[in-house]
Ligand binder design. Structure first.
Ligand code: SF4
Length: 330
């Protein structure tokens, strides 16, 4: 068994090396808000009573905070994984404005994961968005419907089809550890193939108090899903989440063929023993890390803010937020 696993990882690593360069990066999710109006997916921290009490529906994250997050990410070589969160919290017009502004800060089109969008909405976001992501979570149909009772797969499938026809790139998210079995990987492969996805994001379940889950998947089991997917889809971009307590996954998931890592509270833990470990493990895996998670480089932040095409009021708010974030990061 051990021998087979090592062989699988070796094979996945070879497939990766034959198709990609020798780099890895950190993918940053930018959250619009901490509240989810759906809030019924059984594994999710947003479904817990505690979370709902702590984060009122009206508690939207400020635009300046989102944009500061984006500005830091852009200048530290983080790539935006996607803009996400706040299911049914913002109006579409508000979301459109945020998408446009975040894309401006990044200086490029971004990815979004904002629920299902219709044709007219997709047309409006097109100038600022490279790809859309569907939060599928788990693909075995019965398991999916029991875990995410109010988030059916079909509307996401319809959106991905439409998005593909309109020239967007497409992606999905999958959480490993929800009760799926290894044989369910065929459902995953079918979904990737059917929707001609360019990217997938894997997460290892982080058990949250107040949900039925108590355990994260074993690193080998998590890596198994990544390695199998890498071998089956050599050119697919694979992003893999870490769990804050176990950044020591990093080497294994990169060797299993992930292009990048994500889901780590990097603003809180910048330049910490954990981020130092992540960087070391990226190096140990033989990749060159193109994102900065330790040691702030010398950057003229005022100039970066001045270059933005926002009104003076918003720039001032970003300046204040940035000062606060940088103080914490130092
Ligand atoms: S839709 Fe997303 S944020 Fe909302 S409960 Fe489900 S998994 Fe959590």
């Amino acid at each position: 068994m051990e021998e087979n696993f090592n062989q699988l990882i070796r094979e996945a690593k070879n497939v990766y090396n034959a198709n990609f360069d020798n780099t890895a990066w950190f993918g940053r999710c930018i959250f619009l808000s901490w509240y989810c109006d759906l809030g019924t997916c059984k594994f999710c921290f947003r479904s817990t009573i505690k979370h709902k009490i702590r984060h009122a529906k009206s508690a939207k994250r400020s635009i300046s905070s989102l944009l500061t997050d984006a500005l830091i990410g852009r200048n530290l070589g983080w790539r935006i994984e996607f803009l996400t969160g706040g299911y049914r919290i913002f109006t579409f017009d508000e979301m459109l404005d945020i998408i446009r502004k975040v894309s401006h800060v990044f200086g490029e089109k971004i990815w979004i994961n904002l629920g299902t969008l219709d044709k007219e909405q997709l047309e409006l976001i097109k100038p600022y968005v490279e790809g859309v992501c569907a939060s599928i979570e788990t693909v075995e149909p019965e398991l999916h419907d029991s875990i995410c009772p109010d988030k059916p797969i079909q509307p996401y499938s319809d959106m991905l089809k439409l998005a593909g026809e309109m020239g967007f790139k497409k992606s999905m998210t999958v959480v490993i550890g929800l009760g799926e079995k290894k044989e369910d990987i065929d459902y995953l492969f079918d979904f990737i193939e059917k929707h001609k996805l360019e990217r997938i994001t894997f997460y290892a379940l982080k058990p949250v108090k107040g949900t039925p889950y108590t355990k994260s998947p074993e690193p080998e089991y998590y890596a198994w899903w990544i390695a199998k997917t890498r071998i089956r889809f050599p050119k697919l971009e694979i992003i893999a989440g870490l769990t804050p307590k176990q950044p020591d996954y990093t080497r294994l998931i990169l060797e299993a063929g992930a292009n990048a890592i994500t889901k780590f509270p990097v603003l809180k833990k910048f330049n910490s023993p954990e981020t130092q470990l992540i960087e070391k493990m990226v190096n140990d895996s033989g990749r060159k890390f193109i994102s900065v998670l330790n040691h702030l480089p010398d950057i003229d932040w005022n100039q970066k803010i001045d270059e933005l095409e926002f009104d003076d009021g918003l720039k001032e708010e970003i300046r204040q937020k940035l000062e606060m974030y940088l103080r914490k990061m130092k």
